[in-house]
Design a protein around this ligand. Structure first.
Ligand SMILES: [Zn+2]
Ligand SMILES: [Zn+2]
Length: 373
C-alpha cells in the first residue's frame, strides 16, 4: 500500500477550510472522478474513494479534530471498532449528487441486486465508573428486519421476483444530458433490477418489517464521550435480502460528583486541615473502588499531588489502568469555635501572622507587636 496523502491536500483546501469550502472541494473532485463518468478507469475510482474518505473525516467535527491532532493514526482503529473509514458519513451526501448520479452505484458501479441495509446510530449514556471499568449493557433498538414469510424477498411465499424487462436487470438506465451520458436508477424497478408481481402480504413487498431487537453492548474500559462502538451487521436488514448495515453505539459519559478524568488518570480533590499538612498524617482518599489510606508527609504544600498507581481509568485498547491523583488543598474552618479561635490566634502570634481584629487580649498583644502596617 502506498503512503496515504494528507486529507487537506487530497481535497486541495487549507487546514482552516470551513464546511462550505470542504463540501464544494469534495463535490468538484467527486464529480470529476465519479466512476460513472470514468468507466473502466481504476485510477479514477481510487481518486474518488480517496476524496470521499478525506471528506468523510473532515466534515465530521470530532474526526477532524482527531485527525488534526494525530493524523492518519487517529483513523486507524486497531480492530477496536473505533475510528476507521465510516461509510455512514455519506448519509448526508446524497444531496450533492441528486439529479446527477445514482449515488448507490458510486462505489464500483454496483449492478442491481441486494444492497446493504442502513447503518443505525444508538445514543447511550453511561456512568463515570462504567466508562472506567467497562460494562456489558442491554439495549433495545427498533430496526428493519428481513420479513420471515418471504425470507426478505418481498415476493409472496412460493413466488419469486422477476428480472426487470426495462433495464434487463441492471437497475440502471442511460440518460444523455448535453454532451454527458450518465446512468440513472431505472424508473420501472426503481433501480432494483427486478419487479415483484405478487407481493408478500406480510411486508407489502418491502421484504423488511420494523422489529424490536434486544442486544448486549460490550463497552470496553476507557471509553469517553463521543466514543463509537460498531456492532457489525446489527443495523437495518438490506433490501431484497441484502446484507444488514451496522449499528453504531455512540456513548456519552456522565460526570461524577467526586472524580474528574484527565486522560487515563482520575483526579480527586483532597482538602485537609492545616495541621495534617504541617505535621503529616494518614488520611483516607476516595477511589473508584473503595476508599484507601494514604500517608501525607509533614510539610506537604497545597497543590501537591499524591499518586495511586493503577487506580485510574482502564486504558482503551491496551492493558492496565491510569493513576488516581489526589490533589491536596487546605480545609479552612468557616465558623471556628471560641477555643479554636484562641488557639489560632496564639499560633498566629507565635509565627507573626497578621490576623483580623477581634475582641480579646490575645489579639491586642499581636497588634502591639506588629503595629498597624
Ligand atoms: Zn414478506
Ligand atoms: Zn429496471
Amino acid at each position: 500500500m502506498s503512503q496515504k496523502r494528507d486529507y487537506y491536500e487530497v481535497l486541495g483546501v487549507s487546514r482552516e477550510a470551513d464546511d462550505a469550502a470542504l463540501k464544494s472541494a469534495y463535490r468538484k473532485l467527486a464529480l470529476m472522478h465519479h466512476p460513472d463518468r470514468n468507466p473502466n478507469n481504476p485510477d479514477a475510482v481510487e481518486k474518488f474513494k480517496e476524496a470521499s474518505e478525506a471528506y468523510a473525516v473532515l466534515c465530521d467535527p470530532d474526526k477532524r479534530a482527531r485527525y488534526d491532532r494525530f493524523g492518519h493514526a487517529a483513523m486507524s482503529g486497531a480492530g477496536s471498532g473505533f475510528g476507521g473509514f465510516d461509510p455512514s458519513a455519506f448519509g448526508d451526501l446524497s444531496d450533492l449528487f441528486n439529479g446527477i448520479f445514482g449515488f448507490a452505484s458510486a462505489f464500483g458501479g454496483a449492478p442491481a441486486g441486494p444492497m446493504g441495509g442502513s447503518d443505525l446510530v444508538y445514543r447511550m449514556e453511561i456512568s463515570f465508573r462504567d466508562a472506567a471499568f467497562g460494562v456489558e449493557a442491554p439495549i433495545a433498538i427498533s430496526r428493519l428486519e428481513a420479513c420471515a414469510p418471504c425470507q426478505g424477498s418481498g415476493a409472496s411465499p412460493g413466488t419469486k421476483p422477476k428480472t426487470c424487462a426495462a433495464c434487463r436487470g441492471t437497475g440502471r438506465q442511460r440518460v444523455t444530458q448535453g454532451f454527458l451520458t450518465v446512468m440513472r436508477p431505472c424508473g420501472i424497478c426503481r433501480g432494483e433490477g427486478r419487479v415483484i408481481e405478487s407481493p408478500c402480504r406480510d411486508c407489502g413487498g418491502e421484504g423488511r418489517r420494523r422489529g424490536r431487537k434486544e442486544l448486549t453492548v460490550r463497552i470496553p474500559a476507557g471509553v469517553e464521550s463521543g466514543s463509537r462502538l460498531r456492532m457489525t451487521g446489527e443495523g437495518d436488514a438490506g433490501p431484497n435480502g441484502g446484507p444488514a448495515g451496522d449499528l453504531y453505539v455512540v456513548l456519552s459519559v456522565a460526570e461524577d460528583e467526586v472524580f474528574e478524568r484527565e486522560d487515563d488518570d482520575v483526579v480527586v480533590r483532597l482538602d485537609l486541615p492545616f495541621p495534617t499538612l504541617a505535621l503529616g498524617g494518614t488520611v483516607e482518599v476516595p477511589t473508584l473502588e473503595k476508599p484507601e489510606k494514604i500517608t501525607i508527609d509533614a510539610g506537604t504544600q497545597p497543590g501537591s499531588e499524591v499518586r495511586l498507581r493503577g487506580r485510574g481509568f482502564g486504558r482503551l485498547g491496551r492493558s492496565g489502568r491510569g493513576d488516581l491523583i489526589a490533589r491536596v488543598g487546605v480545609r479552612v474552618p468557616s465558623s471556628p469555635s471560641k477555643e479554636e479561635k484562641d488557639l489560632l490566634r496564639s499560633y498566629a502570634e507565635l509565627i507573626g501572622a497578621p490576623v483580623g481584629k477581634a475582641k480579646g487580649d490575645v489579639f491586642r498583644k499581636a497588634k502591639k507587636i506588629f503595629g498597624d502596617g
